[in-house]
Design a protein around this ligand. Structure first.
Ligand code: ATP
Ligand code: MG
Length: 206
């Protein structure tokens, strides 16, 4: 049975897509069968994949599956995907996803990852996002919620991160994602090797 990992945040631009693609690429390179579903109707990842295939002449048979869905059909789609032969289904949701769809997605997920920077605004949104997931947690007892510090600057100490997020009713991932250009220029083909530690921590949570 595939494990479903959903990237959710009440705010745009926190790093859902960046981390969803990095996680998918790394899991794939570790030999897992991965399906990445984007529900953001801009479909940036599907467009990027097409461009990368065109540029490199590569064949997508040896890559992870990249699928487009929409908020209002993703729950039905998940039921179909659950029958496919994959280890992980990763959902990249849009910042504008509504309460109802967030709840629907969470009811089907094994793990929700909330990426956040340490800016005051992002932290407040993160607290609110975790709070908003409570009703889904009641209905889905297996649901785990993890907060992933993203876009962290070089000098930030892990103590500062845990102090900023200590009140949260969620697992705080000990690995964090630095603010680096290599993360801003993501690829649907090549994994970023520095993402291995985070990927292993996420795998161990499930
Ligand atoms: N760790 C990082 N280092 C450098 N740039 C980053 C990092 N994480 C995200 N970014 C950049 O921040 C911007 C927003 O990231 P991203 O698109 O992943 O956010 P999102 O949560 O998916 O946004 P939306 O809600 O609009 O879908 C992008 O330009 C991305 O390249
Ligand atoms: Mg996005």
């Amino acid at each position: 049975m595939p494990k479903i990992i959903s990237f959710i945040s009440r705010k745009g631009g926190t790093g859902k897509t960046t981390n969803a693609i990095n996680l998918a690429s790394m899991l794939h390179s570790l030999g897992y069968k991965v399906m990445l579903v984007e529900t953001d109707t801009n479909y940036t990842l599907n467009t990027l994949r097409k461009m990368e295939l065109f540029k490199t002449g590569a064949n997508d048979k040896n890559m992870f599956q990249l699928i487009a869905s929409e908020d209002h059909i993703v729950a039905d789609d998940i039921q179909t995907y659950l029958n496919s032969n994959v280890d992980y289904i990763i959902l990249d949701t849009a910042g504008k996803t509504t309460d109802v769809f967030i709840k629907t997605i969470c009811i089907h997920s094994n793990l929700v990852i909330v990426p956040t920077s340490l800016s005051q605004n992002d932290l407040l949104v993160t607290y609110q996002t975790v709070e908003d997931l409570k009703p889904a947690r009641e209905l889905n007892k297996k649901l785990k919620i993890a907060v992933l510090p993203n876009r962290i600057h070089g000098s930030t100490k892990s103590k500062t991160i845990s102090a900023s997020l200590e009140e949260l009713d969620a697992v705080l991932l000990t690995n964090f994602v630095p603010a680096k250009n290599m993360y801003a220029q993501f690829s649907t083909i090549m994994p970023e090797k520095d993402y291995l530690g985070i990927t292993k921590e996420i795998v161990n949570l499930l």
